[in-house]
Design a binder for this molecule. Structure first.
Ligand SMILES: [Zn+2]
Length: 315
């Protein structure tokens, strides 16, 4: 991998994971060895400039710790991202002054190296698809968190689509009669997000629960209603993955996010569903859990930075 020469221990690549509460960064050497890591609170209420300052300060500190110069930086950021310009197109209300913020330009000015920006779910999938032992070049990514995010890699590269919205599987319809967070009816997210898992359990039992984790604890304790909620989530997830796989000829879906801590509860119904509703191509679809945990977004961001340094088509 060609990397610019440097004065000290070589040139590092940094991946920055920018969320609404935390900015985390991971600095690696050219061969992928982790040299330094750290995180700071995200000043999301103070505007884009403050966020860029916090991220750049963190990166400089890590580079100083590791005694490397920086070759490039990648960012996985919450919100709708124009990945070509690195500008934030839209973001949730948590982020003040984030929509319209030219994040890549602002970070390039502060760090003096090329910066690439991706949506955080896209970065998650890039990281996971490049993890040790993974060889698929066509992969669906699904993030089961507060909501349900999605991403798509086709022939080894992220597929963004003309509006940057490719892979948004969480808001595909037909899985229930319930109202989604987006206002439409029956989306995958109404059954499979962490928020929905807690809500669906409360509707069935009138028992208040804090979150999906508590529903999972109850399911593992034998609570039939809690088990049914996870069965419904797993079935809807598998149907959505099977539809995408059928259309796009995908052999693999990687599922991440907090809800996958309950993979033991999702997997039985995923496997049952794949038995009856697998893609008619006859090519087996694997639906597997993510392996990189909270590092996935930063590692995927590093992958975007690495790709920014090499000619298109060479990776
Ligand atoms: Zn929706």
């Amino acid at each position: 991998m060609p990397i610019a020469p440097s004065s000290t221990r070589g040139a590092g690549l940094v991946g920055i994971d920018i969320g609404g509460t935390k900015i985390a960064a991971l600095l690696v050497s050219a061969d992928g060895t982790v040299l330094a890591r750290g995180s700071v609170p995200a000043p999301a209420a103070l505007g884009g400039g403050a966020m860029a300052d916090a991220a750049a300060d963190l990166v400089r500190e890590l580079a100083a710790q590791a005694e490397v110069s920086l070759a490039a930086a990648g960012v996985g950021a919450a919100g709708v991202i124009d990945h070509e310009t690195g500008t934030i197109r839209a973001a949730s209300a948590t982020f003040v002054g984030w929509a319209g913020f030219p994040l890549a330009d602002e970070l390039e000015q502060r760090l003096g190296v090329p910066v690439r920006v991706e949506n955080d779910v896209n970065a998650f999938l890039l990281g996971e698809a490049a993890a040790d032992g993974r060889t698929d070049r066509d992969v669906l990514g699904v993030m089961l968190g507060t909501g349900v995010g999605g991403a798509l890699i086709i022939d080894g590269d992220l597929h963004h689509g003309p509006h940057g919205a490719a892979g948004e599987i969480g808001h595909t319809p037909g899985y229930s009669e319930l109202v989604c967070t987006c206002g439409q009816i029956g989306h995958l997210e109404t059954l499979a997000s962490g928020t929905s898992i807690a809500l669906r359990y409360q509707e069935r039992t009138s028992a208040p629960v804090r979150d999906a984790r508590e529903v999972a604890d109850r399911a593992r304790g034998g609570d039939a209603e809690a088990i049914a909620v996870f069965d419904a989530a797993g079935r809807a997830l598998a149907l959505a993955c099977a539809s995408a796989a059928t259309i796009l000829d995908l052999p693999c879906a990687i599922v991440g996010g907090g809800v996958t801590a309950a993979w033991d509860l999702l997997e039985p119904s995923i496997l049952r569903t794949l038995d009856t509703d697998s893609p008619v191509s006859g090519i087996p679809l694997r639906i597997i859990p993510a392996v990189l945990g909270s590092d996935a977004v930063a590692l995927g961001a590093i992958e975007t930075a690495r790709r920014a340094l090499v000619p298109a088509g060479a990776h």
